[in-house]
Design a protein around this ligand. Structure first.
Ligand code: SF4
Length: 424
């Protein structure tokens, strides 16, 4: 992940400190608007900050950390690498930190920091205390600095949110910039390749979508289920599901045929008048002929929340814990412990991790299969679908479904494999 992140930073010019500064402050303005956005921004900025610290050489890291601590601590801070003789003298005590092995101990640098700057580590006994100093391994030093960064950024975002950033519309420049900042966070669309089944030599068509519903992430499975129950989909549901299918390679003609077949509650004439235009619009054949891409998870998570009768949105975010738990049980997803893990991730607002856990449960050992590209699973519904298709394709090719005794989660995987009957 870190090497991919580094090449992405090079690609978009974020290694230029000026660009980095400007983009950071623009994003602060855009992401201070709601608690969910602030949480998302905080989490990703902390990842980025930590990655940048990890990229530094030891001396650069030390200089950087010292400068940061000095600038941010009353009375100044100081962080000293301990000398080899001191490390050897303290070996027995330091070795006990986090159950470090002797080999790890040899290759790890330790630092001494005034204990008041490492109170979290002192409280959780993750450092060795002596003479007013806390002795901490390098990875824990990073966590001290990243925590401090998180606290400061969180405070700044809260101040910014309360400062009425978007309220004054008297200034003409504010009128110009305001809509851009307000909507910037909606543009978090991951660039997803449009291929869906092509990699496995298959094509998504109006007639085979139903067979592949089990390979879809939960949001899309539930949209499909809602559509087959109600024989229609409301506006946001049609957009979310329609663009997902388009992203998975469904042609416009097939999309028209597919939705018409499922919208049984309307006549062919009504369908042509009310819905066919929207579908052609999605494919850029009507209106301003724009190219619309499938929604990313960020867009679904932070977009319009569903109300009664709607089926769009992200179940991990928009369902309450009991409802989500019932849905998972009805779909026979994992064991009760697996389902409890997913619900607890949802309750701690880690919706995308809950989605990744869902994938992991449905696709045992996917991580060890090189044909299965797990990039962006939990970030984009199409990535989830593509990885699931590749997983089942690999299993089919290797014949493992026929030759091994499936585990419980494999049983679920067999149920949702291509060609299988949708188990909902
Ligand atoms: Fe769908 Fe993304 Fe939510 Fe998963 S995290 S259910 S892919 S919106």
């Amino acid at each position: 992940m870190r090497s991919k992140l580094q090449s992405l930073l090079d690609e978009v010019g974020l290694n230029d400190p000026r660009v980095d500064d400007v983009s950071h402050y623009i994003l602060r303005l855009s992401f201070c608007q709601s608690e969910d956005l602030r949480r998302w921004f905080l989490q990703h900025e902390c990842y980025l900050f930590q990655h940048r610290l990890q990229e530094l050489s030891e001396s650069q890291l030390l200089a950087c950390i010292n400068q940061y601590m000095t600038n941010n601590e009353q009375g100044g801070g100081s962080l000293k690498p301990i000398r080899k003789d001191e490390k050897d003298r303290l070996q027995e005590s330091l070795l006990q930190l986090g159950g470090m092995t002797p080999t790890e101990f040899m290759t790890t640098s330790f630092y001494a920091v005034p204990f008041v700057q490492a109170l979290d580590l002192v409280a959780t006994r993750q450092c060795y205390l002596q003479g007013g100093y806390a002795y901490v391994p390098q990875n824990k030093v990073l966590s001290i600095v990243v925590n401090k960064f998180r606290t400061q950024l969180s405070h700044s975002l809260a101040l910014l949110a309360g400062a009425g950033t978007f309220r004054s519309m008297d200034d003409p420049e504010a009128v110009r910039v305001f809509p851009m900042l307000k909507n910037l966070n909606q543009c978090l669309v991951h660039r997803e390749p449009t291929e869906g089944l092509e990699a496995s030599g298959q094509h998504l068509t109006a007639s085979n979508i139903d067979q592949h519903v089990g390979n879809m992430p939960l949001c899309m499975r539930l949209l499909h289920k809602g559509m087959t129950n109600d024989h229609k989909l409301r506006h946001w549901g049609r957009l979310q599901y329609g663009l997902f299918l388009k992203g998975a390679g469904l042609s416009m003609e097939d999309a028209l045929a597919f939705f018409q077949r499922h919208f049984k509650s309307v006549t062919g004439e009504v369908f042509q008048k009310q819905y066919a235009y929207n579908i052609r619009h999605m494919y850029g054949k009507e209106g301003k002929r724009a190219t619309y891409t499938a929604y990313s998870c960020a867009k679904i998570l932070h977009g319009n929340a569903p109300s009664a009768g709607d089926h769009h949105g992200c179940p991990f975010r928009h369902y309450d814990a009991d409802h989500l738990s019932n849905v998972l049980q009805r779909l026979q997803i994992g064991t009760s412990a697996d389902r409890a893990t997913i619900v607890s991730l949802k309750q701690s607002h880690q919706y995308q991790l809950a989605c990744q856990k869902h994938f992991e449960i449905m696709h045992p050992n996917a991580v060890s299969q090189k044909e299965v590209n797990l990039d962006n699973v939990g970030n984009h519904p199409n990535a989830w679908f593509r990885a699931s298709m590749a997983y089942h394709d690999t299993k089919k090719t290797s014949g493992s479904l026929e030759t091994t005794t499936p585990s419980k989660s494999d049983v679920v995987a067999v149920k949702v494999s291509p060609g299988a009957v949708e188990s909902m």
